[in-house]
Design a protein around this ligand. Sequence first.
Ligand SMILES: Nc1ncnc2c1ncn2[C@@H]1O[C@H](COP(=O)(O)OP(=O)(O)OP(=O)(O)O)[C@@H](O)[C@H]1O
Length: 204
Amino acid sequence: MLYELRDVHYKDILHIKEMDISEHRTTCLVGESGAGKSTLLKLLNKMNIPDRGEIRYKGNSLESVEPVKHRREAVMISQTPLLFGDTVEENLQKGLVFSEKPLASREELLKILTIVKLDKPLDARAEQLSGGERQRLSLGRVLVMKPAVYLLDEPTSALDEETEIEVMKSFITCANGHGGTIIMVTHSTNVAEEYGEEIITIRK
Ligand SMILES: Nc1ncnc2c1ncn2[C@@H]1O[C@H](COP(=O)(O)OP(=O)(O)OP(=O)(O)O)[C@@H](O)[C@H]1O
């Protein structure tokens, strides 16, 4: 198992008796608004620390794992896409800069833009992108990093249904190609049914 959660309590928000998340599969987290899905993703990348219980990652307690190191391995993109730099290119490279890894080549970046279906030049101003384009830029940024785990919070919520399915399909193919595991919050039953190899419902 990639993650094993046992009797995890976080404030009054979340109580998970038992949850296992498999490696190399796509797990979709679904549930009503306010159920605690984003809170759970933050527990998985150690932005939130449980008050009680245990989260194990690859067999080791997350308690003993260094948070910054863990967040480079289990990379999260938040529900509201953030910009990290002036241009599309800077935004795509930023994850590598934060992780102190070598930058990606121009060819690699152009390939990533195709994968996330973002039809913009590398020197385009990021602040001029629409909400849906910023979401795809965020997806591109994490793909460039090739992390072990992708924690995605409603990554395609601003896209129309057809584009959402297309983008997730090529994103998942690429991430799986690098041996990555995807754990994704989605409101879309279409996405969950189409791509969720495992679907976990979070209840209040
Ligand atoms: N840091 C915090 N302190 C106190 N309460 C919080 C905190 N973060 C989230 N909450 C509350 O916890 C509950 C769960 O929030 P969370 O964002 O995890 O839900 P969600 O399932 O992702 O919702 P949505 O689908 O609307 O994004 C909400 O009631 C929220 O107001």
